[in-house]
Design a binder for this molecule. Structure first.
Ligand code: ATP
Ligand code: MG
Length: 748
């Protein structure tokens, strides 16, 4: 055993008590930046050094990135130990594969993302005779997801259904589950739902895993949902050495099923537990801590908790008012550039947060214009490109020949003369024979209704996939290369005269590189591991914090991170708090927590920005400063209004306060929290926003497409050549169009 001094020396007494706590449940309830994550990491290292075997420890983090960071730290503190550190979802996937046979699953299952899920839901909706316009697959899929997170089986859900929508969901839930199992697929929620159910109903397995994971440690416990809680609970019955850390003020995932009650009930659920609180913040200046604390104190459903710091007072928190969204982007980028030029900070010391991703566009142009390097931390958009999704679908189908969604995606991509009618027949045959679509394609000769080119198309497709399946054990990147070649996908792109296809070709080439890098890190990784990593990645997983770039991300993605300088943009009514939360106190409180999370990421400087006008969803709106800005303390916060500074008559702060108080009065008059409904743009204001597209295309607009008929716009993003419009057509599903090429008529 090595000396523990280095593990404990730089900890406070409370932190040390948490790290060295022996057996039994331990709750660490502590504020932002108080060292919770540090304590978890040290505790894992301490357990190892005290002789606990690595295989008996399970640590859960909120993102894959946090998991690999923790793994690396532990490895440094206690070399030679490979501790299982993962997210709940990765844990679930791994358990399901490891115990597949015992649980009656095929271990080569595919993990379906939300898009895949919605395709199956749509199919199930239609099969049950329901109208997929009235009950959109997204909405029904969301309800099923919620049901699974509450561990409700289809019959249980049906029994508790009260209104018509729930009855529909109940029906579809059955059909959806059947389709999932037939495709040998799991959706995200299954990765929690199935292990939780297995642990609840299979005592032998439960006891075995409980004994295996004698020590369970969980970071960010305030965002646990019921299914996750069940897993934790079942793993901690015989060996209740469960250590959870969290901060109820940072619970921000209710919309995904997180339940703040779970952490608040810990002491009741785990009798004999010990609770340690950490009050000292090590991250931020006094000004930042004070401002954030005063804000969060406005939450009523909250256990009061003080946060203190010995750090210096630091600069005041600055609230900056901009004329419009473009000024805001420009102003922030220029400030950052200045701070770097003066040598005060590096680009990577800066982070910009916002409530929704859609606000990044103007920032991007400002970054490009001023030559500032930036990184938008946003999903793995690269893997979501059509061409990459296609190639990944080939790979998924290879790993799991039952995968219906992937089969339908690639069977005629590139074109093999297989039309919709033939595919319908094929699906009918597969259903009759109770076989998968790929297997059915192999027996196409028996399906007399399929004729012509489709016959050879399906037969050849089946043969090609069988040949490729024989090579499944190739390193992932070699397999990707082979798929590109044998499927004809690469040739299709290479032979095309369309310029976009040249870019697509480059992208699928990058996919080979991504697979190679993945394999280089660990040569035992398979294609299934590669696919799983892509599917389970969260926004922040693709973030490279080493690069000297400004990081741009949503407030949700910022959780757990820290940066010397933080800008929170668009702190405006309707955005933060988000319009969806309006009029509902508990939702507003969640938005306030989100704002609090963003603020407490800042170490030295914090800027809260808002604009008077902002173009959003293609419309120019007047914006009201967020009520949260008014809740900030007057001391230690500085109000800056660059355009007012030019007008010496009043100080910026006076002006802002005036505006804020008159806005507050307006709100008070209505008796409700303010919400500014999207207004019709004033044409006179239009020219102040260069580039503004005037297509009339906005979310919710009904359009008529030449080929697909009537549809609803569901998303609009990007500008010029990068403009993308997503439209859902009742008969054809969701389609994305390049905005400048699209032929549409706006109907209403
Ligand atoms: P969050 O609530 O945001 O997740 P946290 O409670 O997990 O925060 P950490 O990220 O572990 O806090 O720690 C915040 C910062 O304070 C880190 O930079 C960490 O290294 C530092 N820190 C934590 N404890 C100490 C300590 N005892 N002495 C010096 N620095 C510390
Ligand atoms: Mg943390």
């Amino acid at each position: 055993m090595s000396d523990s001094n280095d593990l404990l020396a730089d900890l406070t007494d409370d932190q040390r008590a948490a790290v060295t706590h022996g057996e039994g449940p331990l709750l660490i309830l502590a504020g932002a930046g108080s060292g919770k994550t540090r304590v978890i990491t040290r505790r894992v290292a301490h357990l190892l050094r005290s002789g606990v075997r690595a295989s008996n420890i399970l640590a859960i983090t909120f993102t894959n990135k946090a998991a690999s960071e923790m793994k690396n730290r532990v490895e440094k503190l206690a070399p030679g130990n490979r501790v299982w550190v993962s997210t709940f979802h990765s844990l679930g996937a791994r358990l399901l594969r490891q115990y597949a046979e015992r649980l009656g699953f095929d271990r080569n299952f595919t993990i379906y993302d939300v898009d895949d899920r919605n395709k199956l839901v749509k199919d199930a909706l239609e099969a049950s005779g329901m109208d997929n316009v009235k009950f959109s697959p997204e909405r029904v899929g969301g309800a099923i997801s919620k049901a699974k997170n509450q561990l409700l089986t289809p019959p249980q859900y049906e029994r508790t259904a009260t209104d018509f929508f729930q009855q529909v969901v109940g029906k579809v839930y059955h059909g959806y589950e059947k389709r999932l199992r037939k495709a040998n697929a799991m959706d995200f929620d299954d990765l929690l739902y199935l292990p939780a159910m297995a642990l609840k109903t299979n005592e032998e397995l439960r006891a075995e895993l409980d004994a295996r994971f004698k020590y369970v440690l969980i970071d960010e416990y305030q965002d646990t949902n019921s299914a996750q809680y069940q897993i934790v609970k079942q793993l901690s019955l015989n060996y209740p050495n469960l250590c959870v850390v969290g901060d109820p003020d940072q619970s921000i995932y209710k919309w995904r099923g997180s339940d703040i009650k779970i952490i608040l009930d810990f002491e009741r659920d785990f009798p004999d537990s010990r609770t340690i609180t950490l009050a000292q913040n090590y991250r931020s200046t006094k000004s930042i801590i004070h401002a954030a604390s005063v804000l969060i104190d406005h939450n009523k459903q909250r256990k009061k908790k003080d946060l203190v710091t010995d750090n210096p007072q630091g600069d005041p928190v600055r609230v900056i008012t901009f004329d419009n969204g473009l000024d805001e982007a420009e102003g922030v980028v220029l400030r950052i550039k200045e701070a770097v030029k003066s040598g005060k900070f590096k680009y990577r010391d800066h982070a910009i947060f916002m409530r929704i991703n859609a606000l990044t566009r103007s920032l991007e142009s400002a970054f490009v214009k001023h030559g500032v390097k930036f990184q938008i931390v946003k999903g793995l958009a690269f893997f979501e490109r059509k061409e990459n999704r296609d190639v990944l679908a080939y790979l998924r189908l290879l790993a799991n020949p039952q995968d219906t969604v992937s089969f339908l995606r690639v069977v005629n991509e590139p074109g093999r003369g297989i039309g919709k009618v033939s595919l319908d027949k094929l699906q009918g045959f597969a259903a009759d024979q109770e076989i998968g679509l790929l297997a059915a394609a192999g027996q196409v000769a028996k399906i007399t209704e399929i004729r012509g080119k489709a016959v050879s198309g399906l037969r050849d497709f089946h043969r090609m996939m069988s040949d490729l399946r024989a090579r499944l054990d190739l390193p992932p990147h070699d397999l990707v290369r082979l798929v590109l070649e044998k499927s004809g996908y690469e040739a299709m792109l290479r032979d095309s005269t369309d310029e976009d296809d040249a870019e697509r070709l480059a992208n699928v080439g990058e996919l080979v590189t991504a697979a190679k890098q993945f394999w280089d890190e660990d040569n035992t990784r398979t294609i299934t591991d590669f696919l799983e990593q892509i599917t389970l990645a969260s926004d922040v997983d693709g973030w490279d914090e080493q690069a000297d770039h400004v990081s741009v991300m949503t407030l949700h993605a910022s959780k757990g991170l820290e940066f010397p300088v933080v800008y929170v943009l668009a702190v405006e009514e309707g955005l933060l708090p988000h319009e969806r939360s309006m009029g509902r106190d508990d939702e507003i409180e969640e938005e306030r927590r989100l704002c609090f999370v963003g603020m407490t990421r800042a170490m030295k400087e914090l800027y809260m920005c808002h604009a008077r006008m902002r173009e959003f969803r293609g419309q120019l709106n007047y914006c009201i400063p967020s009520g949260f800005l008014q809740e900030l303390p007057r001391g230690g916060v500085e109000f800056i209004d660059p355009s007012m500074a030019r007008n010496a008559a009043r100080t910026a702060a006076d002006e802002w306060r005036l505006k804020a108080s008159s806005a507050a009065k307006d709100w008070a008059d209505t008796g409700a929290r303010p919400f500014i409904p999207p207004r019709k743009p004033n044409p006179e204001l239009k020219p102040t926003i260069p580039d503004a597209p005037d297509t009339g295309l906005a979310v919710g607009v009904l359009v008529q497409h030449e080929e697909f008929g009537l549809g609803n716009v569901t998303d609009v993003s990007g500008y010029g050549a990068l403009r993308r419009v997503k439209i859902r057509f009742p008969a054809h599903g969701e389609k994305v169009f390049a905005g400048d090429k699209i032929r549409l008529k706006v109907v209403g």
